[in-house]
Design a protein around this ligand. Structure first.
Ligand code: ADP
Length: 298
C-alpha cells in the first residue's frame, strides 16, 4: 500500500501559497511530516483527508483517487485533527459508540465489541464513563486515536498530536502510536523533531509549502556527516558569528549561546565536529531554503 501525492498546489483566497507543487510517496508505517508553524502541514493533511480542495495535483491511495472519489477514501481513513473543538458532555464510551454508528457500524453487538476493544487499546477503559470534558490533554489525544481507529482504517492522519502534552503523556501517546502497527499508513504531522526521531521510519521536511527533504531520518543525518560543527560563544559575539559562518541553530547552554554551523574543517576556529542530529537536518534544510531564496531575484 502506498499514498502517492503528485504536484499538489493550493493558494488561499488571501494570496497565501500554502502548498507549492508538493509531491510525496508515503509507504506503510509511520511517516513524519515535519515543518515549522505555518509550513503548510495542516493544509496538506486536510487535503489528504478530503476536507479541502487543492488548486491542482493528485492524491492516490493505491487505486483510490482521493480527490475524485472522496467517499472511497473516507471509508478507509482515520483522522485526528489538530483541534477537536468543544467536547460534548457525554461519556467517552457513548461518544465513541455514536461515532461508530456514524462510521457505519450499525450492528449493536459488533459496535459494543469495537468500542470496548478501542477503549482498552487506548487505555481509557477504566475512565469510559467519564465525560471527555474532564479528560487531561493526553487522555483526549488517546480518545482522538480511539475514534480515528474505528472501522480498521488503512490510512491514519494525526495533526500535531503531542503539542501541549506533558512528557509522561507524550510517552504514552508515542507507545500507542507505535503499536497501531506497521500494516497501515500513519502520517504524523508535527513541528517537534523528537516526535519524528522516535517514531518515524520515513519523513519529509516541508516549509513554505515546499518539500525540502523526503527520505529516512537516518539517511538525512548521514548526508550531513562531517559537516556540522558546534561551539559556545559569548552573547556579544553572536552577530559576528552569524555574519562569518553558516549558522543553522543557536541554543542557550547555561546562559551561553551554543552554535551549530555548517562547514568544513572548522577546528582552527574553535569549533568541534558533532554527530549530526535530526534537529541539525531540520534546521539545515530550512536554513538552506532561506539562503537560497535570498539569492533568488525578487
Ligand atoms: P501548518 O499546519 O504547518 O502550521 P498551515 O497549513 O496551517 O501550516 O498554514 C500554511 C499557511 O497558510 C500559513 O501561512 C497560514 O497562515 C495559511 N493558511 C492556513 N489556512 C488558511 C486559510 N483557511 N485561509 C488563508 N490562509 C490560510
Amino acid at each position: 500500500m502506498e499514498l502517492t501525492i503528485k504536484n499538489l498546489s493550493k493558494t488561499y483566497p488571501n494570496g497565501v501559497k500554502a502548498l507549492d507543487n508538493v509531491s510525496l510517496t508515503i509507504p506503510q508505517g509511520m511517516f513524519g511530516l515535519l515543518g515549522p508553524n505555518g509550513a503548510g502541514k495542516s493544509s496538506l493533511m486536510r487535503t489528504i483527508a478530503t476536507l479541502q480542495e487543492p488548486d491542482s495535483g493528485s492524491i492516490h491511495l493505491d487505486a483510490i483517487d482521493a480527490l475524485h472519489d472522496k467517499m472511497a477514501l473516507r471509508r478507509v481513513l482515520g483522522y485526528l485533527p489538530q483541534e477537536f473543538g468543544v467536547y460534548p458532555r457525554v461519556s467517552a464510551e457513548d461518544l465513541l459508540d455514536h461515532m461508530a454508528v456514524v462510521k457505519g457500524i450499525v450492528n449493536r453487538n459488533e459496535r459494543r465489541e469495537t468500542v470496548k476493544a478501542l477503549l482498552e487499546q487506548t487505555n481509557l477503559y477504566e475512565v469510559r464513563k467519564r465525560s471527555i470534558s474532564t479528560f487531561s490533554g493526553g487522555m483526549k489525544q488517546r480518545f482522538g486515536i480511539a475514534q480515528a481507529l474505528i472501522g480498521e482504517p488503512l490510512l491514519i492522519i494525526v495533526d500535531e498530536p503531542t503539542a501541549g502534552l506533558d512528557p509522561g503523556e507524550r510517552n504514552r501517546f508515542y507507545n500507542l502510536l507505535s503499536e497501531i502497527g506497521e500494516n497501515i499508513i500513519v502520517i504524523l504531522s508535527t513541528h517537534i523533531v523528537d516526535d519524528v526521531r522516535e517514531l518515524c521510519r520515513n519523513m519529509a521536511i516541508i516549509n513554505q509549502g515546499r518539500v525540502l527533504y523526503a527520505g529516512q531520518p537516518q539517511a538525512a543525518m548521514r548526508e550531513l556527516q562531517g559537516r556540522i560543527w558546534e561551539r559556545t560563544i559569548e552573547k556579544a559575539e553572536l552577530a559576528e558569528y552569524q555574519r562569518e559562518y553558516d549558522v543553522i541553530s543557536t541554543k542557550l547552554l547555561a546562559g551561553q549561546p551554543l552554535l551549530h554551523v555548517r562547514g568544513q574543517q572548522l577546528e582552527a576556529a574553535g569549533f568541534q565536529a558533532v554527530e549530526p542530529s535530526l534537529e541539525d537536518v531540520f534546521f539545515s534544510a530550512i536554513q538552506g531554503q532561506a539562503a537560497q531564496s535570498t539569492l533568488l531575484p525578487a
